[in-house]
Ligand binder design. Sequence first.
Ligand code: UDP
Length: 409
Amino acid sequence: MKKVETVKKSLRDYEALISAEKIEEIESLSRELKGARVLHINATAYGGGVAEILHTLVPLMNDAGLVADWAVIEAPGEFFELTKRMHNALQGKDDKMNKEDKELFLRVTRENAQRYSFGAYDYVIIHDPQPVGLPEFVDFGEARLVWRCHIDTSSPNMDFWSFLNNHLGYYDAGVFTLRDYAKDGISINNIVEIPPSIDPLSNKNRALRDDELKLAMKKLRVDVGRPIISQVSRFDPWKDPMGVVDVYRVLKEEFKGLQLLMIGAMASDDPEGWEIYDDLLRYAGTDYDIKVLSNFHGVAEIEVNAAQRISNVVLQKSIREGFALTMSEAMWKKTPVIGGNVGGIPLQVKHGVNGYLVNSIEETAEYTAKLLRDKELAREFGEKGHEIVKEHFLVTRHLVDYMRLFKSL
Ligand code: UDP
């Protein structure tokens, strides 16, 4: 296991964005929890929503007077292949966990536990299934243990679920994006609902200067004089990247100049990414108005920020989804959104208010066309989306939820 360094962030910078009441609550909780030692453990420092959140939440916990650290487990590629299968199976995919899989999982957990040397904590938050087995092998002393599950485990593959659930008895609380994501019979008594959040001041979400925007657009290779739709997400079958290309193809008949931006980072704990990326390129074929880009094209935070800003519509056509930070990110930038009617997307997207919820390629194409045609409607949705994020999905709310949880434990 190794520690992840984060940059310093200051709560003061967020004051202009939140109510005086929220600021007071943070200050009061800070006083009560001053000096509390917190450790977050997950599988990767880069790529995907969990890493995205921790890069902001950990520094802000420190600024609030807690002593927060973040560590990632270390594991060979075959372990991440297994845990990706586990992730898929926990979302319901058919698969079987055999004896070798279980041995591999436990061996890597044990190895990480043996290398654990970070000292004592008051609260340890273990994210997702990859490090879930650590409490069996690490002596966390008096620490309260929290399992933070970012996936929808409400109707899992039982083979994988039983294995996972056997490790959950050690935890004092289980945190889910939605209470309903916790499977009946889960071995944690205390289930808490805390939705994720975005950092409005990060390079991913802050306002961009003109020169930054210009440079980013060059990297994105789009022509801003023509309509753009985009999807930003790991290359993952549950995000339905091919479905997005199908949507674009339907729309291209009416909107001849339409461009599709498909942006996907390769997360180090997601070995499936390259395969899907290759398939997607083949599927896109020689249509150069489809841009498939990744971090390997120099598309990083500012470019993702620009893409979400300049798009006429941002899609997240997921078939299964824990939360979809990408929706709140686009909404914060006042871009109208269309998301699959699954998981955490309906928490953020209110059908006909700030975007549309969809169940098929046809529906997605139909609603996207509506927003491409009606600029005023698109603007209204954008404004509304921004308000929703401001109210519910900023990191300051997330910080308060965690501090309340710590207090309750
Ligand atoms: N992301 C990114 N670059 C990419 C693809 C994704 O920065 O090429 C970020 C995206 O902006 C979001 C996170 O990765 O912050 C994905 O989180 P989400 O909840 O949407 O999905 P997850 O990957 O956790 O399933």
